[in-house]
Design a protein around this ligand. Structure first.
Ligand code: ADP
Ligand code: MG
Length: 391
């Protein structure tokens, strides 16, 4: 992972030449993402609202005709890993190569057997494991490259679906559709309002700079070990809630029917909390959409704070580091703040007036030092472009 947000295209192409001894046929980029609002709603058929980061994973790629896939990442020690397409099988690979190999597998599995191999060299500026979706950036950039080179004619949302399948089935990580769709479909200066039930999407203007505002991403640098199991538990709890309420997904519980739904859940306290978060979170996404469309960016601040409280108290996936970011930032004058991503670590987002950037950043860094936490990584995020061809 490089220091700057944007990896150097020429450098990636040069490394490809060094690795494989020929020019790449093309170079593509796919970004990481931050979710503005709509957390854990994506496996409940609900709403999410991510935007793309300027941080991207870049891939230089060429086709092969001999059924071989060669993968190399500048961010991983060692030489290229060579796989044969016929040997690709779900959950057969516990390394990073499972993400790009899974994409090739998923494409071929739905019938794109015209894919006869590839040489891939990757380099990324997306922090890994920070909840900013380096995994989706990696999948999407490979999918887009193969889509272009093999002229598969797939749209962004279709590539996103195949990438999700790669991660769920091939890698074996149960994730929703948000990350891949964000990486594939976001547009600069916008957040993506995505309905995860039918995958319909709308680009919502989110031009912070024009309003004298900034959005800070604070990577806490922690990932608490139990996070995968806890994700599974939340997911199962939401499914139980939907079953008890007789709906396909919690998305179908209307906001104005929440009290009645909670009453029906009786003494299922754990499930009640999960249901309350999902139903109120969907409503918060809709509120943020309305506010941004009305040009009232500052007014989304309190909605973000409500979202954090719901994740902390009802969904219970925050952690001391994330809470400290939010509390400290708000105390230092931030307009809004919340944890973002799966929880138990990863990153928080902080909405501020541009003039407050230094004050708020310092306050958070000092609070972490005082608490004895690892120093956080803080950067300002500009809503950037989704996956694209660079060369
Ligand atoms: P996140 O998506 O939040 O960054 P994940 O655990 O879902 O975290 O995905 C991170 C994993 O994706 C890494 O451990 C690695 O296996 C793989 N990965 C991401 N980016 C790269 C890269 N540039 N090179 C090699 N592997 C990568
Ligand atoms: Mg991921």
């Amino acid at each position: 992972m490089g220091a700057s947000a944007v990896a150097d295209v020429a450098d990636v192409a040069e490394r490809f030449r060094e690795q494989y001894g020929a020019e790449p046929e093309g170079v593509w980029a796919a970004p990481g993402r931050v979710n503005l609002i709509g957390e854990h709603t994506d496996y409940n058929d609900g709403f999410v609202m991510p935007f793309a980061l300027p941080h991207t994973t870049i891939a230089a790629v060429s086709r092969r005709t001999d059924g071989v896939l060669r993968l190399h990442s500048a961010d991983v020690e060692g030489g290229a890993v060579e796989l044969t397409l016929d040997s690709l099988a779900p959950e057969s690979d516990r390394h990073w190569t499972a993400y790009p190999a899974g994409v090739v597998w998923a494409l071929r599995e739905v019938g794109h057997t015209a894919i006869t191999g590839a040489d891939v060299h990757l380099a990324s500026t997306v922090p890994t494991g920070a909840g900013l979706s380096s995994s989706a950036a990696l999948e999407v950039v490979v999918a887009l490259a193969l889509n272009d080179l093999y002229e598969l004619g797939l749209r962004g949302w279709q590539l996103a679906r195949l990438c999700q399948r790669a991660e769920n089935v091939y890698v074996g990580a149960p994730t929703g559709i948000m990350d891949q769709t964000a990486s594939a479909c976001c547009e600069a200066g916008h957040a993506l309002f995505l309905d995860t039930r039918d995958l319909s999407q709308r680009q919502i203007p989110f031009d912070l700079a024009a309003e004298g505002m900034r959005l800070l991403v604070v990577d806490t640098r922690v990932k608490h070990a139990h996070s995968d199991g806890e994700y599974g538990k939340r997911r199962a709890g939401c499914e139980k809630g939907a079953a008890l309420l007789g709906v396909d997904a919690l998305r179908d519980v209307p906001y104005d029917g929440l009290d009645a739904a909670l009453a029906r859940l009786g003494d299922e306290e754990e499930v009640r909390r999960l249901v309350r978060h999902i139903v109120t979170e969907n409503e918060r996404v809709e509120r943020v959409v309305s506010l941004l469309q009305a040009g009232d960016t500052r007014a989304i601040g309190p909605v973000l704070v409500e979202g954090h409280a719901s994740l902390r108290d009802d969904f219970r996936i925050s952690c001391p580091e994330l809470d400290l970011v939010v509390d400290t930032a708000l105390g230092a004058g931030a307009v809004g703040a919340r944890m973002t991503g799966g929880g138990f670590g990863g990153s928080a987002i902080v909405l501020i007036e541009a003039a407050d950037e230094e004050t708020v950043t310092k306050a958070v860094e000092e609070a972490f030092a005082t608490a004895g936490f690892t120093a956080p990584r803080v950067f300002a995020a500009v809503p950037a472009a989704g996956a694209r061809r660079l060369m």
